[in-house]
Design a protein. Structure first.
Length: 189
């Protein structure tokens, strides 16, 4: 039985390594290059002159660790840090960026295997120490390898940076305001 589990885990890891760069490559070939060019153009275009006062003096983007299943789920061990960040005065804490997807789409979102990830998440919540939790960690760790790969990393990192920028803009951040932005990550984030 143990041998079968180990072989199954090895097959999962090899499969995950094989398909890990496909999301980034699919995004880039479908619309990534256009979206990246559009984002660069938005950054380079001067402000329209309308100065809307921002209620924040600082923006902090929190990128969850490899245990996250989407941009809205924060593993329990990370919550004290996030709550401490949110207690900072005049600081906007952005915590809905899923750094393991170039499109900010969680594992249980509109994906081909979302049904499987929902089952894994349900199992993981009922038994945190079970193998299911390791599967989420392993999948997200594979995305870290993609991010650091010299072939696929640039497309992946550009997509992630675009998602961070969009999250900032959703909270009213103006690119030319000079207000600081801090990226804070937990483990793989």
């Amino acid at each position: 039985m143990l041998t079968v589990l180990l072989i199954g885990l090895l097959v999962f890891i090899l499969l995950a390594l094989t398909v890990a760069p496909l999301e980034a490559l699919g995004w880039w070939s479908a619309k990534g290059a256009e979206e990246a060019a559009q984002t660069v153009q938005e950054i380079l275009t001067p402000d329209d002159g309308i100065d809307t006062p921002e209620p924040y003096e600082h923006y902090s983007v929190y990128l969850s660790g490899i245990g996250a299943i989407d941009g809205h789920s924060i593993p329990p061990e990370e919550l004290p840090l996030v709550e401490a960040l949110e207690a900072l005065p005049k600081t906007c804490v952005i915590r809905d960026v899923f750094p393991y997807s170039v499109t900010n789409q969680g594992l249980t979102g509109q994906r081909a295997l979302s049904w499987l990830w929902r089952r894994i998440e349900k199992s993981r919540l009922s038994k945190p120490e079970a193998l299911a939790g390791m599967l989420v960690n392993a999948r997200n760790a594979m995305q870290l390898f993609v991010s650091s790969d010299r072939r696929y990393g640039p497309a992946y990192n550009l997509g992630t940076a675009r998602e961070v920028l969009q999250a900032l803009r959703r909270r009213g951040y103006q690119l030319d305001n000079g207000k600081p932005v801090t990226l804070i990550g937990w483990s793989g984030g």
